[in-house]
Design a protein around this ligand. Structure first.
Ligand SMILES: Cc1ncc(COP(=O)(O)O)c(C=O)c1O
Length: 466
């Protein structure tokens, strides 16, 4: 549901009174926020007008709108003090990932990255480095970045968290280690989607002894199956906004079923929202976490898809009651993330460049996906079948009449096309076969055709023998 002016007004007023937005902080331009939320400009303008009228915001013409620099708040909100109180008492294989090449999965469009802006922010961050910031980095992350992320996930992904719930990490593997160390025991049952994120499975196979799989169908994770066979699972990993790799969305009834199950049995759901930002045919759906009234979801987000994988910045939104536990476990196993990177990223978010970039990428990916689908049809008519869904950064070219996706992927990889065979992402559910490919870095239809033609002869030869 689209937020009305009242919801936007209340969200921003809370952000200001709770200290998430500070006097002098810039708020997004009307146009940018309206686009991001999919609402009319008038809706945002009305919310801003009330906040200006009440003295929370001041409009500075072309310089934008800011939180009133003269604002003096009587007290911090209860949300903040609750968390600080919760935090303080316990203050005690064959990987294809590194191969160079084209059609790589999950890679943002590198040609469209705002390099100039990024360089400016890097320069600024380096020049503003304080001696204090050269000591050990803060364990849970650089506070302005935690604040900017809280603001972002609350507005764009429908969460209702505070910066104190954000733990800045270096990626999926770091998240796994942290979550398992903090909330798990050696023999806990862990459930993963089948098929499911290839690298996630590999990491979990090494990390846990009691790993099981639950099938995924066209409504996402089969929650009935989970309840029937693995109701004793301690952790369930899901990609609800956009399943990895099948790209389906967990249906609303299943979302509720999963949340109810977790609440009734005290289980943990780990929501991997790795590319939920990218939907093209409908409005971006709020995260599963937005429906989580009982705080059973540990939410994981990453900047690998929205900014760049080399950044190595991701985050966990910790359930409120677990913040102290995470800190305690983190003190033993973590060392914080580089402050400079976090400063640059914090500026990228809080100055609004991130929102603009996302908007640009959504429309670019939608165009590039169309081009790729047309090129596949031209070069391989009748060989692949693509089930077009409404989002993501990859497509699956399902093989119509063959199970040879592993051999086929080897052929394509020998032409520097770094596709992945779908069947390798399955464990026990009856497999489907095809090639998973990224399209985000293919700039033109002609380029897509030329790349796809590279292995055409060998592809025909392999499939005609099958
Ligand atoms: C399903 C899934 N989850 C999470 C990630 C994010 O990983 P990281 O933050 O380590 O780059 C990826 C990246 O490829 C992914 O495909």
């Amino acid at each position: 549901m689209k937020p009305g002016y009242k919801a936007i007004y209340e969200q921003y007023r809370l952000s200001i009174t709770s200290g998430l937005l500070k006097p002098g902080d810039k708020v997004p331009a009307v146009r940018v926020l309206a686009n991001e939320l999919g609402v009319a400009r008038k809706t945002v303008e009305t919310a801003w007008a009330i906040l200006v009228g009440e003295g929370y915001l001041v409009s500075q013409g072309a310089r934008g709108t800011r939180v009133n620099p003269d604002l003096v708040l009587a007290r911090q909100s209860t949300v903040h003090s609750d968390i600080s109180a919760a935090e303080s008492p316990l203050r005690t294989g064959d990987t294809f990932r590194d191969l160079p090449g084209f059609l790589r999965l999950g890679m943002p469009s590198l040609d469209a990255f705002p390099y100039k802006k990024w360089l400016l922010l890097c320069g600024k961050a380096v020049r503003a480095m304080q001696p204090m910031e050269m000591t050990n980095p803060p364990l849970l992350g650089y506070m302005p970045l935690r604040e900017a992320i809280a603001q972002y996930v609350n507005i764009s992904r429908g969460l209702a968290c505070t910066p104190e719930q954000i733990f800045i990490t270096s990626g999926y593997n770091n998240n796994l280690r942290l979550i398992l160390n903090t909330l798990g025991n050696a023999n806990d049952k862990v459930v993963f989607e089948d098929p499911g994120y290839f690298f996630g499975q590999q990491a979990l196979k090494r990390a846990v002894q009691n790993l099981h799989y639950v099938p995924v169908d066209n409504q996402g994770l089969n929650v009935g199956y989970l309840q029937h066979y693995h109701s004793d699972a301690h952790f369930v990993f899901v990609t609800p906004s956009h399943h990895s790799p099948l790209a389906v969305t967990l249906s609303l009834p299943r979302k509720h079923q999963l949340l109810d199950w977790a609440r009734q049995n005290n289980r943990w759901i780990i929501e991997d929202d790795y590319d939920g930002e990218f939907h093209y045919t409908r409005k971006v759906l709020p995260a599963l976490k937005s429906l989580d009234t009982h705080d059973r979801v540990i939410y994981m987000g990453t900047f690998s898809k929205t900014v760049m994988p080399a950044l190595r910045v991701s985050y966990i939104v910790m359930p409120r009651a677990t913040v102290a536990q995470f800190r305690e476990a983190g003190e033993l196993t973590e060392s914080g993330q580089p402050v400079l990177t976090q400063k640059i990223l914090a500026a990228f978010l809080s100055e609004g460049h991130f929102y603009k970039h996302l908007k640009k990428m959504r429309s670019l990916y939608s165009q590039r996906r169309k081009m790729m689908l047309a090129a596949l049809e031209q070069v391989y008519p009748g060989i692949f079948n693509v089930e077009v869904n409404d989002g993501g950064m990859h497509i699956i070219a399902f093989l119509q009449n063959s199970t040879q996706d592993v051999d086929l992927a080897h052929i394509w990889q020998s032409h520097q096309l770094q596709v992945s065979p779908l069947s390798r992402w399955y464990n026990q559910t009856s497999k489907r076969y095809g090639l998973i490919m990224g399209y985000t870095n293919v700039r033109t239809f002609e380029e897509a055709v030329a790349l796809l033609q590279r292995p055409a002869r060998e592809t025909q030869a392999l499939l005609s023998v099958t």
